[in-house]
Design a protein around this ligand. Structure first.
Ligand code: GUN
Length: 281
């Protein structure tokens, strides 16, 4: 029987620690505020944005909400970001992705002041991460490191395989694992002999976006399996990229979906909001 890595409990622990830090900042007269921008009304984005605002409330920091219509122009969005960049009472700026197709995401991300880039998506934040300098770290991979550490999984010297190479998860994940002294392999949709590669992993992190793709043939006995996927199965039930029922009996620890990696992303966003105070001072 594998240990179930409980992201809900661990994320609540982190949020309670952040609540304490927010209260200490408040006592020093420092208020922290996150600005959240959503363009259009993508239902999944609306849920994420609502949960981010709820998270701010939970730890006792402010949030400003900008719900812009689908037909907002890129210039209008850039003008709002410029305004928020200049506001002393705004510490973090988050533009919920995806954006409507007439807006270029890279241009928008680059417009955010790197000192307020609490998503860690700005090229400067990514570059700083790569060379070990101070900056914001992308929330999902940062949350996975916390999940591993707080579950007592040691990373140093381990064979880690990251399946998926996205800018938001796979690439920063591999750099963070390297920073923890793991031996890291990035695998993806074109990797040859994938089962052989994933089968070497002591820690397997799956962010490939294919429902229940990873069955026990991909997993070494006793491995730790982290599932980043959020998909709907044939019965419209939430499921990960890992076939949980099939893999759970052969691994030593595994994250469920929902309740594994998901709740950690918001906890780390809130962590970045609190850290922004130091970066901005
Ligand atoms: N869309 C899906 N995940 C994220 C995220 O972590 N940040 C933002 N800004 N948009 C997202």
């Amino acid at each position: 029987m594998a240990a179930i890595i409980d992201g809900k409990t661990i994320s609540t622990q982190i949020k309670d620690e952040l609540k304490q830090k927010a209260a200490e900042l408040h006592e020093r007269g420092v208020e922290v505020t996150l600005a959240v921008i959503q363009v259009g009304d993508n239902p999944a984005s609306s849920v994420y944005v609502r949960n981010k605002k709820k998270g701010c409330e939970y730890i006792g920091i402010g949030s400003l909400s900008y719900e812009l219509p689908e037909e907002t122009t890129q210039e209008e969005l850039l003008a709002l970001i410029q305004e928020l960049n200049g506001r002393k009472d705004v510490n973090g700026i988050l533009v919920q992705l995806p954006l409507p197709s007439h807006i270029d995401e890279d241009t928008v991300i680059k417009a955010i002041d790197p000192k307020k880039d609490v998503d860690g998506f700005h090229p400067q934040s990514v570059g700083a991460l790569c060379i070990g300098q101070k900056g914001f770290v992308s929330c999902t991979p940062a949350g996975i490191i916390q999940l591993l550490k707080r579950s007592g999984v040691s990373i140093e010297g381990k064979e880690c395989v990251v399946l998926g190479r996205s800018n938001i998860v796979g690439k920063p994940m591999s750099i963070l694992l390297l920073r923890e002294n793991a031996t890291v392999t990035i695998a993806h949709s074109r990797t040859k002999n994938l089962k052989e590669v994933t089968g070497r992993a002591d820690i397997l992190i799956v962010a490939i976006g294919k429902p229940k793709m990873i069955t026990r043939e991909y997993v070494k006995e006793g491995a730790v399996v982290i599932d980043v996927g959020i998909n709907r199965d044939e019965n419209n039930k939430l499921c990960g990229d890992v076939d949980f029922e099939d893999v759970e009996p052969v691994c030593s620890a595994i994250t469920p979906v929902p309740g594994g990696v998901g709740p950690m992303t918001i906890a780390m966003l809130l962590n970045n909001c609190i850290e922004s105070v130091e970066l901005q001072s």
